[in-house]
Design a protein around this ligand. Structure first.
Ligand code: ZN
Length: 66
């Protein structure tokens, strides 16, 4: 199921990484994924019950393979 966020909310959300870069819904490979992906560091943040968890500790790194 795709993440459905208010576009205005998505606009004000930013990655907690040093770049504070914008986020996209899903991943570049899977727009239906229940995550937000940083456009700078490519960290992926889970969305739990519609609430993005924008914590570096909770980020799903690209490393380790899928
Ligand atoms: Zn980032």
């Amino acid at each position: 199921m795709a993440v459905e966020l208010d576009p205005q909310l998505l606009e004000i959300l930013a990655c907690p990484c040093d770049d504070h870069a914008p986020l996209i819904v899903g991943t570049p490979d899977d727009a239906q994924a229940d995550v937000l992906t940083c456009t700078s560091c490519a960290r992926r943040f889970p969305v739990v019950d519609g609430i993005p968890v924008l914590l570096l500790d909770e980020a799903l790194d690209q490393q380790g393979g899928d």
